[in-house]
Design a protein around this ligand. Structure first.
Ligand code: FEO
Length: 397
């Protein structure tokens, strides 16, 4: 995509990345991609805000040099140091010799550690303003959204908030960068929640602090560094992020995520009984086979729903390994304050429920019931599973 004007002398100069298949080397984006949004403000002093991943170096420089001569670049604002936004910086430094890097004090060290860059950098204070001529840029430190060195840049002249990862999401652009021109808002909203649960959720307290800190600003456009720019309804993505961040303490909304794995079909049979009970109890469960689904796709559901059902057999006196991996990722991402139940078949020894309790310890999960059964699902057990599902659904508010 070529550059797009987003405000007075302000341009999007980002790139789509449809080559990377795992974001952060972890999270699948194959088939949908991601954008690295960069911005230029052309003024008495020229400014470049956030960069791109090194894999997109040529595309990035094509975009930027369509708008400015790099000899005339005065400032490079680094809101966040992660290499998806800084990967091209060593090359940029070689060609934009007059540009000064502006970032938080913590990012100064990281620039040296990641890229060996230690000169031509100025740390900006929280709340500091930079006049570029006609534009007044304000810097607000927002630590741990989602790294310790992060900040956002607010253009008080155009009321554009350059928020970097905050308010971003997966999904390369499909012809337009703006919310009001996009006909797939549901897709981008869904991918924003997946991005939030994969990348940002662990730092939900910091997200709420940042939203609170920025609440006094009159924002006309949210310009993140991944995904859509929100100019028609900037409040929408802020409210969504706020709602998702609050799930970290509330445990989420009325809903049930059912994770299951099965070796020979016995636990799967019980899963069907429990799912039927949950459904008859008034909630449509979101069902994931943990052996066949990447955890990236389970995390949004786990983050959003108050209820979690864990159905997995005992494996070598412990938990079915794919379930263990899924729950450990949920723990890493601090999926907290859930209500849960467990069921699963065992062969020669129990052990799965004990492991579930071990993994979820410290996450404030209330394990309401556990049903470990030997071998197959008898008609009596099927009824037990159904009733457990029904009770569980009715306990979720
Ligand atoms: Fe998009 Fe944390 O980098």
């Amino acid at each position: 995509m070529s550059e797009v004007a987003i405000g007075d002398k302000t341009y999007w100069v980002g790139v789509n990345d449809r080559t990377t298949d795992l974001f952060e080397g972890l999270w699948p984006i194959e088939g949908i991609g991601v954008s690295y949004n960069s911005y230029i403000i052309k003024d008495t002093k020229n400014v470049l805000i956030d960069l791109a991943k090194a894999i997109k170096t040529d595309d990035f420089f094509d975009q930027v040099t369509n708008i400015i001569d790099l000899d005339k670049l005065d400032y490079i604002i680094i809101n966040h140091m992660e290499p998806d936004h800084t990967g091209v910086i060593k090359t940029l430094r070689m060609v934009a010799k007059n540009a000064e890097i502006l970032c938080t004090p913590k990012a100064v060290n990281m620039l040296r550690e990641f890229y060996g860059i230690s000169d031509g950098i100025r740390a900006v204070k929280d709340g500091e303003t930079l006049s570029t001529g006609n534009h007044q840029l304000q810097f607000y430190h927002v630590p741990f959204v989602h790294w310790p060195e992060t900040m956002v840049t607010f253009d008080a002249t155009t009321n554009v908030l350059f928020s970097c990862d905050a308010f971003g999401g997966y999904g390369a652009f499909q012809g337009t960068i703006f919310d009001d021109e996009c006909t797939q808002l549901d897709f981008y909203t869904k991918e924003s929640l997946r991005y939030y649960s994969n990348i940002v959720a662990k730092f939900s307290n910091s997200v709420l602090n940042a939203i609170n800190k920025l609440s006094g600003l009159t924002i006309k456009t949210i310009a993140p560094s991944h995904g859509l720019l929100w100019r028609k309804d900037p409040g929408k993505i802020v409210q969504l992020y706020k709602k998702w961040a609050e799930y970290s303490t509330s445990g989420g909304e009325k809903g049930v995520t059912l994770l299951y794995g099965s070796m020979y079909g016995n636990t799967e049979t019980m899963m069907n009984a429990v799912a039927q009970g949950i459904s008859d109890g008034g909630i449509h469960p979101e069902i994931y086979d943990v052996a066949r689904t990447h955890v990236s796709y389970m995390l949004p559901s786990l983050w959003k729903n108050k209820g979690v059902v864990i159905g997995a057999p005992t494996y070598e006196v412990s938990l079915f390994p794919y379930m263990q991996a899924a729950l450990e990722k949920a723990k890493l991402k601090t999926v907290k304050n859930k209500k849960a139940i467990y069921f699963g078949s065992y062969g020669w020894s129990k052990g799965a429920l004990k492991k579930v309790n071990e993994i979820t310890e410290g996450l404030k999960w209330e394990i309401l019931e556990g049903l470990e059964f030997p071998g197959q699902v008898t008609p009596e057990l099927y009824k037990q599973g159904y009733e457990m599902g029904k009770r569980f659904a009715r306990s979720i508010e």
